[in-house]
Design a protein around this ligand. Structure first.
Ligand code: ADP
Ligand code: MG
Length: 317
């Protein structure tokens, strides 16, 4: 079916990031709940049309680990509208504060890592797509405890247009050292970002927040802070959980988790593993995930998160 603005009723705002604003909507003709992303682009109509054309490949991206795409269209006043599957537990950055101890439980981290690797592997092997923007807000969860990727770089023109609009768009603290340095980068760049993200979710605080005193403390707000941070990612030894004590449990972190994260945070991308290499290692951190060993735990945990989400939005009314 063809999507157009007249058929969409906005239900609530879900948040906004560098590139746009996302809301929960109802598509009236099909009675389907969707997420709608609005992106402002000040480029020529030919470019905008090209972006819409490039986005069409999203129709072919079908995987349980990828957010389903319903369609995209150009709107008046230089906006591009993208409609996609709505995930009712939201993104991981919004879930983290709801977790007990503000940390993701180990079984959830295992299932999450498996889902991200499967999603990355699917995108690359089937469509030659590199995600390019793995971070907690671009991984979504359903009430069934399924994890799905969104906002990957399918459209070259869209990426270009966004980059031109603001120097710091696309510059994220999850970026790999090779990418920060402007070197060639590939699918392993996403593995770095995933490693950093898992570390953050396990620990409960952003990796570069200088909380554990082993980093120089400086203000990371504003461009100067970001540049300082980027040079640290390139120059310092990568962050690790090995040898660290979990301040909440007062115990060391899970050994398999530590070594899994370390293998993602290898600075030299030649030495870093690819998504399929990591998936093949079924005797390490990911052991038991495919067999569904953690399915029940993660499902009931997700149910709890869903309830907290609901209570929270009731409270806001
Ligand atoms: P960012 O990813 O940088 O936070 P976005 O504009 O991509 O910015 O998204 C804004 C917020 O909207 C996200 O943080 C996420 O919580 C929410 N969101 C995005 N897509 C969906 C979706 N399909 N379902 C539910 N929530 C979503
Ligand atoms: Mg996003």
């Amino acid at each position: 079916f063809q999507l157009n603005n007249a058929d969409l009723v906005t239900l609530k705002n879900l948040g906004s990031g560098n590139s746009g604003t996302v809301s929960k909507i109802l598509h009236v003709p099909t009675q389907k709940i969707m997420a709608k992303k609005i992106i402002h682009i000040d480029s020529k109509t030919v470019i905008q049309t090209q972006i819409i054309r490039e986005l069409r490949i999203l129709h072919e991206c079908q995987s349980p680990y990828i957010i389903e795409f319903y369609g995209a269209f150009l709107n008046t006043n230089n906006t591009i509208v993208i409609c996609m599957e709505y995930c009712n537990c939201g993104s991981l950055d919004k879930i983290l504060p709801l977790c007990q101890n503000k940390q993701f439980p180990l079984p959830v981290l295992k299932k999450l890592a498996y889902a991200i690797l499967s999603g990355l592997s699917y995108l690359y092997t089937t469509h030659k797509i590199i995600h390019r923007d793995i971070k907690p807000s671009n991984v979504l969860m359903t009430h069934k405890g399924e994890f799905k990727l969104c906002d990957f770089g399918v459209s070259r023109e869209l990426t270009n247009s966004l980059a031109m609009a603001d120097t710091f768009v696309g510059t994220s603290t999850y970026m790999s050292p090779e990418r920060i340095q402007g070197l060639n980068y590939g699918v392993k760049s996403d593995i770095w970002s995933m490693g950093l993200m898992l570390l953050e979710l396990a620990k409960g605080v952003p990796v570069w927040s200088d909380d554990d005193g082993d980093n120089s403390s400086s203000d990371h707000g504003g461009p100067e802070g970001i540049l300082d941070l980027l040079q640290r990612i390139v120059n310092e030894t990568p962050p690790t959980l090995i040898g660290k004590i979990n301040p909440v449990t007062k115990e060391p972190y899970d050994a398999l988790l530590c070594s899994f994260i370390d293998s993602c945070l290898i600075k030299d991308d030649n030495m870093r593993k690819s998504p399929w290499d990591l998936l093949e290692d079924t005797d390490g951190f990911l052991k038991g995930v495919v067999a569904g060993e953690y399915e029940k735990d993660v499902k009931s945990w997700a149910k709890g998160i869903r309830k907290l989400h609901k209570d929270k939005s009731e409270g806001e009314k």
